[in-house]
Ligand binder design. Structure first.
Ligand SMILES: Cc1ncc(COP(=O)(O)O)c(C=O)c1O
Length: 392
């Protein structure tokens, strides 16, 4: 039996690759995990009681798109956070952003663009679901360098005209995983203008939007409204995984223009897995509460301040504006990861596991990604060991 050709060039996922690289070697000290972007701050304390009070909800099929109460809580949060009104019919609940980012490509990418195979743009390095989504729908993924030369965001406007005319969808991630760059209001406005000029949609992955250092990052919804952009150009994805330290809840949402939303909802009605009702109840309470988000953000801000001290003076160190990763320059990411593990037990991710060779270059190769998710003391200890081992 044959298997689909379109996935034949996919590398192994980052974490099995990392296990292959490291697990044959004993750690050089007590292991400290700084690999996966899994938040480890406390989840809100109301989660348990709400879940317990709503157990009966597991006995019924949940509404596909989200309960009216949850959609209203999300709409309220968007209004408070971005000063934008997004009515409930332009929102849909997701099982986390990853699922939504993937399914949006299936629902929205046309078979042809400008009479040719469509292109889906993504930053390089990037969150890997963007590439798999492009391959799934038979589009050509175009990996656009997001390096220090471009402020760690992709410069889509610099692409040749013939590529831009074939673009159906463009993914953007702000704050960016892995680099922590935040797209400015001007960057987002330019991107929407480019989308208008070349007739494509922007899929904004904003799942780290609430983890920032100096100021809340602007959101695409806000910029689209300010600019009077066609609402069909902008799709925005948010999650409770990072905001509320609930990666296991599998809960997020997408906001989109009415036409796009009809198609997203139609696909979900046929093939989606709706979020169980008790979990929708928990999600509703999370979007209505900011206190737990503020408390968690403060913990990240303290860890970033600690990182700034530890890496002060290190050539190429750039304090991230948001998210919870450090993106640290090294000579070779895999070699540095292995050395660090064997000499100290600190476990990080080679940057190249998040990037692709494109145009003869791999922009992740000379980096490691370090997640600041562990408690402050453990994070501090891990970072000090990392500095001494790799930059000492
Ligand atoms: C950039 C980015 N987008 C999306 C996700 C998916 O998050 P979730 O599906 O938990 O909302 C992650 C998770 O690590 C991520 O880093």
């Amino acid at each position: 039996m044959a298997f689909p050709e379109r996935f034949s060039n996919l590398p192994d996922y980052a974490f099995p690759r990392l296990r292959k690289l490291l697990d044959a070697h004993p750690p050089g000290g007590a292991p400290i995990a700084m690999t996966i972007g899994e938040p480890r701050h406390a989840m809100p304390d109301f989660v348990g009681p709400i879940l317990a009070a709503n157990l009966a909800g597991f006995g019924v099929y949940p509404p596909n798109d989200g309960t009216p109460e949850l959609l209203s809580a999300i709409s309220g949060w968007i209004a408070r956070r971005y000063g934008v009104t997004v009515t409930e019919d332009r929102l849909m609940v997701l099982n986390g952003t990853r699922e939504g980012l993937f399914n949006a490509a299936i629902a929205l990418c046309p078979e042809m663009k400008a009479g040719k195979k469509p292109v889906i743009l993504m930053p390089n390095p990037f969150y890997q679901v963007y590439a798999v989504a492009a391959l799934t729908v038979g589009a050509e993924p175009v990996y656009v360098p997001a390096t220090s030369a471009t402020g760690h965001l992709p410069d889509y406007g610099s692409l040749p005209q013939d590529i831009l005319d074939r673009v159906a969808l463009a993914y953007i991630c702000s704050p960016a995983n892995p680099q922590g760059a935040v797209a400015s209001a001007d960057y987002l406005a330019d991107l929407l203008a480019l989308a208008e000029k070349h007739d494509f949609r922007v899929l904004a992955d904003e799942c780290y939007s609430e983890i920032w250092r100096a100021a809340p990052p602007p959101g695409l919804l806000q910029i689209a409204q300010q600019q009077g952009a066609d609402p069909e150009r902008a799709l925005v994805f948010h999650s409770l995984s990072k905001r509320s330290n609930l990666p296991g809840l599998r809960s997020g949402f997408v906001a989109a223009g009415p036409e796009c939303m009809l198609r997203l909802r139609q696909l979900r009605a046929f093939a989606g897995a709706p979020l169980p009702l008790p979990l929708q109840k928990v999600a509703e309470a999370c979007w209505q509460d900011e206190a737990h988000v503020t408390a968690s953000r403060k913990l990240y801000q303290a860890k970033f301040a600690g990182a700034d001290q530890i890496f002060a003076g290190l050539q190429g160190y750039q304090a991230p504006d948001g998210g919870f990763f450090l993106w640290l320059p090294v000579e070779d990411g895999e070699a540095a990861t292995l050395k660090l593990w064997r000499e100290t037990g600190v476990r990080v991710l080679p940057g190249a596991y998040l990037s692709r060779d494109a145009g003869g270059q791999n922009p992740g190769k000379g980096y490691i990604r370090v997640a600041l998710v562990a408690p402050a003391e453990e994070t501090q200890r891990g970072l000090s060991q990392l500095r001494d081992c790799l930059y000492g």
